[in-house]
Design a protein around this ligand. Sequence first.
Ligand code: PLP
Length: 238
Amino acid sequence: MVIARSPKENQPKIIHVTPSHQYPLGMTMSFERRTALLDFARSHNAFIFEDDFYAEFRFTGAPLPCLQGIDNFSRVIYAGTMSKILYPSLRLGYLVAPEQLIDPLVKIRSTIDQHSSAIDQATLARFITEGFFLSHVKRMRKLYAERREFFIKEFNKLLSDRFILQIPEAGLNFVAWLRCDADFARVARVRAEIGIKPSPLSFYCIQAKLKPAFVFGFAAWTPAQIRESLLRLASALK
Ligand SMILES: Cc1ncc(COP(=O)(O)O)c(C=O)c1O
């Protein structure tokens, strides 16, 4: 990995990355890139903000350590969230930070919004310490792995003549690239009516230079809903 920056450019103070899964394209950062990024942060005296929002949802490929776990120089601030594994409106997450940052981080947090709900935090703490969280993680990983497999199978069966499905190692979404640009308008027209509501990839771009594609989530839908939606999409494209 080459992270080149001329000395004339502003040097980073903090680098925000999502190594488990880049949303929406789905890349996972390799071990080599992780160690190279840590070396870069150390040599530039920068911090890395490791936003590990999809940590629990790695479905294939060898396990990879988080940056924070292989950082020997206190350069990484690790952020986890309950938004994906439990639910977003809980608004609870956590940081694992180098000791010298704890006081400033606590001050920043109390300036922003004081603190999270104490009752929600205490309830979550019991949920974790009494073992329910771990069994919940295992259950959801199994459920989502099944939905993921089902989605891949049905999508390729019904729509592989129209799309190329890109299959990431982690995360709860797929990017499907259109084989023919002219299909974009037809998919865009029916997307709100087919149930699982794919979003145009261009929605996530400041300047859309990529080929036309759609982002499909699979976690919130049962196999029956996935099949029904993909059937509708396939018939709209006939
Ligand atoms: C890149 C990224 N980080 C973190 C999160 C989770 O954010 P929060 O914990 O505020 O819900 C999301 C949510 O979708 C996200 O897209």
